[in-house]
Design a protein around this ligand. Structure first.
Ligand SMILES: Nc1ncnc2c1ncn2[C@@H]1O[C@H](COP(=O)(O)OP(=O)(O)O)[C@@H](O)[C@H]1O
Ligand SMILES: [Mg+2]
Length: 252
């Protein structure tokens, strides 16, 4: 793959909090309009990877190429302006504000007219928000709130969106609905998407490739449709590798 087709290319990424090193050399890439997932056990550093890309860790080393430019250490607002949207796991919407106001905040970097045009574009992309434009965000369902957080990140027409555990706290049904709204986004918006998940259900189905992390580094990566065949994944997620473990447990 020519490097020009990669929207994100991370190599030798080390990052941490205070003097503590959490990432010990992470490598990954995302192609234009690709959906990629990062999975791994709680505390292995998945969120820290996304935070390091956004310059939200205390320090980082290594190379972070976005559209061919090294953005390592660049101010977070400049990274957003250059075309990366970031949806943190928690506190990613303003509960007391309505849907339109949340979208406007997602587009705070835009001119007033661009911001208004982008709010309309989000209403087209997610028709439910058009009907709910005056509803307080905090009164919507968990899945709707996660989708609103994503729409806020899309306001700046990013080339890449980083999503931190969008399924956290959602029911299996709300998770699959939310993923259904994500799967077509690269086609419709031109954005690539990098999704961190601890719960692997669904994310393997909508991503083309998956990176598995262990304690601050890469474990291995593979096309998402083959990753469940890997004994290392089955062992980590099911605790056994018997015949009955050849598929993810059915989503209830
Ligand atoms: N703000 C912070 N200050 C200090 N340590 C942190 C901070 N955030 C996360 N960590 C530590 O970094 C490690 C990786 O955390 P995280 O990236 O959140 O893991 P994951 O997202 O895979 O669950 C954990 O040991 C966690 O306790
Ligand atoms: Mg996390």
């Amino acid at each position: 793959m020519a490097s020009s087709s990669k929207v994100l290319e991370v190599s030798g990424l080390e990052a941490g909090y205070g003097s503590l090193e959490i990432l010990h050399g992470v490598d990954l890439h995302v192609a234009n309009e690709e959906i990629v997932s990062i999975i791994g056990p709680n505390g292995c550093g998945k969120s820290t990877v996304l935070r390091a890309v956004m310059s939200l860790t205390d320090w980082s080393r290594g190379r972070i190429l976005f559209a061919g430019q090294d953005i390592a250490g660049t101010e977070t607002s400049k990274i957003v302006a250059s075309g990366i949207g970031y949806v943190p796991q928690l506190e990613n919407i303003f509960a007391a504000m309505n849907v339109t106001e949340n979208l406007q905040l997602g587009g705070y970097l835009l001119s007033r007219s661009d911001r208004a045009a982008q709010v309309e574009a989000m209403f087209e992309l997610f028709p439910i928000f058009k009907e709910r434009r005056s509803q307080a965000a905090g009164t919507m369902s968990g899945g709707e709130r996660q989708t609103l957080a994503l729409a806020m990140a899309l306001m700046t027409s990013p080339k890449l969106v980083l999503l931190d555990e969008p399924s956290a706290g959602l029911s299996p049904m709300a998770t699959s609905e939310m993923y259904e709204s994500i799967v077509d986004l690269p086609n419709r918006t031109g954005s690539a998407i990098l999704i961190v998940e601890q719960d692997v259900h669904g994310v393997l189905e909508i991503s083309s490739r998956t990176y598995v992390m262990k304690m601050g580094e890469n474990d291995f990566d593979a096309p998402s449709d083959t990753i469940w065949d890997d004994d290392r994944v089955r062992l980590a997620y099911l605790g056994n590798i018997g015949d009955d473990a050849s598929k993810p447990p059915a989503v209830q």
